[in-house]
Write a protein that binds this ligand. Structure first.
Ligand code: GLN
Length: 309
């Protein structure tokens, strides 16, 4: 039996859907502005392979910053801890995810952590491949393994829309290139980064990946290792310290599980040895977190006493 029932998910999603009125849909990526704030969905994928879900659970959304966790995992698998943490730090930033100011303070321009845009750009720059197409191929292969679904891909319109308007991310990348943190073509890097952010899936697929992390890197259906346990542990720790942007401290008190959010309105939570919980609702609070997602996670984790603290 999975640890959360469909009835429970239905009940809590119905209860918190109304909070969508308290936020706004992200519009700095033009294609995201089209998302309807009314859409909401939740799914729990248990470590033994059950997946109850609620709401529009087949609706596909782009995962945006949730991808930062998976790219970190892939870079750690490909290059190891030492190489990755030569390029990116391990400390929370307490600034918004797009902030540039601490890049100048840190010596020599190393981003504070891999969950903010600067850090994620530095990590993406490490993914294997002779050019952007091969790098995107590596990323999609990895995502397809985690989902056990070869149809996983990215939304071309959202990727293109962000590529055309990613002036701040370009600035971060050029700043880091000047300091030797990033190598090669910034335009190719932006191409890869915007495509990884535009990878699309539904809450059931996202929750499944959460279950891999909850299961110390092993597939929830077959128990086959997909990610080394150490890599899964490092990723979950970053989700705790930096996963909810500059709201991570408040989230740790109110919810208390490893989680990562994206500006599309996705949040992925990991409950160790239990499963992955994915919530989607595009209406965001001022820090960029899904209002429906935060409410549902608060209610469910408090009821289930899931806080790791
Ligand atoms: N693609 C988005 C960006 O770089 C991801 C940010 C996010 O989800 N917080 O701005």
């Amino acid at each position: 039996m999975s640890f959360v029932s469909k009835n429970e998910l239905d009940y809590w999603l119905e209860h918190v859907r109304i909070y969508a009125n308290n936020g706004t849909v992200a519009d700095y990526i033009p294609a995201l502005a089209n998302q309807s704030p009314e859409i909401s969905a939740a799914a729990f994928y248990s470590v033994d392979g059950e997946c109850p879900s609620a709401g529009q659970s087949n609706y596909k959304f782009t995962i945006q910053s949730v991808s930062k966790v998976f790219i970190l995992a892939l870079a750690l698998i490909q290059h190891g801890e030492e190489a990755v943490f030569n390029r990116v730090g391990k400390e929370p930033s307490s600034d918004p995810f797009y902030s540039i100011r601490k890049l100048e303070l840190e010596s020599p321009g190393k981003p504070l952590n891999p969950m903010i845009n600067a850090g994620a750009l530095a990590v993406t720059n490490m993914i294997r491949g002779r050019h952007s197409e091969e790098m995107v191929g590596e990323i999609l292969d990895f995502m397809r393994r985690l989902c056990q679904d070869d149809s996983v891909t990215y939304d071309r319109d959202v990727a293109e829309s962000e590529f055309q308007t990613a002036f701040l991310n370009r600035s971060l990348a050029y700043f880091m290139k000047q300091n030797g943190i990033i190598t090669g073509s910034v335009e190719e890097l932006l191409d890869v980064y915007t495509k990884q952010c535009a990878i699309e899936m539904n809450v059931k697929q996202l929750a499944r990946i959460g279950a891999v992390f909850a299961n110390d890197g092993r597939d929830p259906d077959t128990n086959v290792p997909l990610i080394p346990a150490t890599v899964a542990r490092i990723c979950k720790t970053f989700m705790v310290t930096c996963g909810m942007y500059d709201n991570s401290g408040t989230f740790a008190i109110n919810v208390g599980i490893p989680a990562k959010s994206g500006v599309s309105g996705a949040i992925l939570g990991v409950i160790k040895n239990e499963g992955g919980l994915a919530v989607f609702g595009p209406s965001l609070d001022k820090k960029g977190n899904s209002v429906v997602g935060i409410e549902l996670l608060e209610k469910l984790t408090q009821e289930k006493k899931w806080s790791i603290y």
